[in-house]
Design a protein around this ligand. Sequence first.
Ligand code: UDX
Length: 435
Amino acid sequence: MKICFIGTGYVGLVSGVLFSDLGNSVTCVDNNHEKIENLKNGIIPIFEPGLDELVIKNYNAKRLFFTTDINHAIKNSDIIFIAVGTPTAKDGVSADLKNVYAVAQTISKNINKFKIIITKSTVPVCTGDEVEKILRKKNSSSKFEVVSNPEFLREGEAIRDFRYPDRVVIGSNNPKKTIPILKKLYEPITKKGAKFISTSRRSAELIKYAANAFLATKITFINEIANLCEQVGSNVEDIAIGIGTDARIGSRFLRAGPAYGGSCFPKDTKALTKIGKKFKTHMSVVETVIKSNEKRKNNLADKILNILKNPKGKKVGFLGVTFKANTDDMRDTQCLKIFPKLLKKGVKLSYYDPTGEKKELKKIRFIKNTKEILNNNDLVVIHTEWDEFRSLDFKSIKNKGVKIFDMRNLYQPNEFLNKNIKYYSIGRPTNEKKA
Ligand code: UDX
């Protein structure tokens, strides 16, 4: 089967490369010449552990191709995935679909035989209907089918998530024609145990938003429970185990931390409230989740200021600045909301990140290693759960009065009992009475 991915962003690149690794012939298209030339040379534009080797392997095996020639790629393919970005629009809430519609126009001009057009980008319910309308203007409906196939890849875990997903969701309004073809495409994955779920196109579009909004709700819920734990002296990790072992609740995505961030949850929760408005359905739970998550970043900045007591001139070093570990993605990362508040109070900030210096943090000093962060600050904030922060060398700290605020609960409070370090974490008793 000849496949084409339009858009070599996170979703398009990872999925395209992994479909080629399953033996398919895959062409990845992008309008950015530099990106395409780099990919041909094995230089990948994102940080995703293991992806570079797979690009080189499949490119050399001539199963994976990179091009800017979108017309040729479409003509030459049986299955076309639209995987362009759907960022938040200028109104600050809706998904901006102009890239999706522009690609649909281009596909429309190049349908030379039957093709399945798949929206892989996260798109609001009914977008498939619009794509179909665009294609119908120039083509008979027997020449194409528009299908929704949402992705559930987590950054940093994308290769594993692609190979071993819980489910594959296909939304098609003509299942007789499309499902056998797509079942075959996904067979190497479903054979290993992933569920194949066939729905209508609109349902599949909504599944993606509902999944992300539900996960964001779960995280926000446990974060609020963590706030309560801090007041009553309970331990949020015990609560997470205590509720997560109930199969009706499930144990995953119950890690309390510094609010959810990233390229998906913030964008998709907002877009879902907008979809609700469009269809006159108040998404009150999701609206509350968004508000609570925003407030949390503000509260964490306040907590840091409280720990510092007199913040002016105090030095605070952050370990990790991305929205989670194993990614270099700074989109909607929590610290971007925390830093301005600290700077305003005269705090001197610095940071170390395993993925290097960040253009978003021009005013903040980048430090090249954890050791310097540990030794030169009044407070060290563990903001991201990178493995290299899990066994920090606290013994080497010369600065005796140092405080640690572990926003990812990587350590246990009692590990610090006999050390000269004040340790604060999320939703657990500290080794000092109150921050
Ligand atoms: C998410 C979805 O998980 C994925 O299925 C979807 O397709 C894309 O969006 P991603 O944004 O890469 O993936 O990261 P994820 O691992 O889901 O984490 C999102 C945010 O929630 C991060 O800031 C993370 O730190 C936070 N999080 C996650 C928690 O605070 N606690 C948890 O238990 C899990």
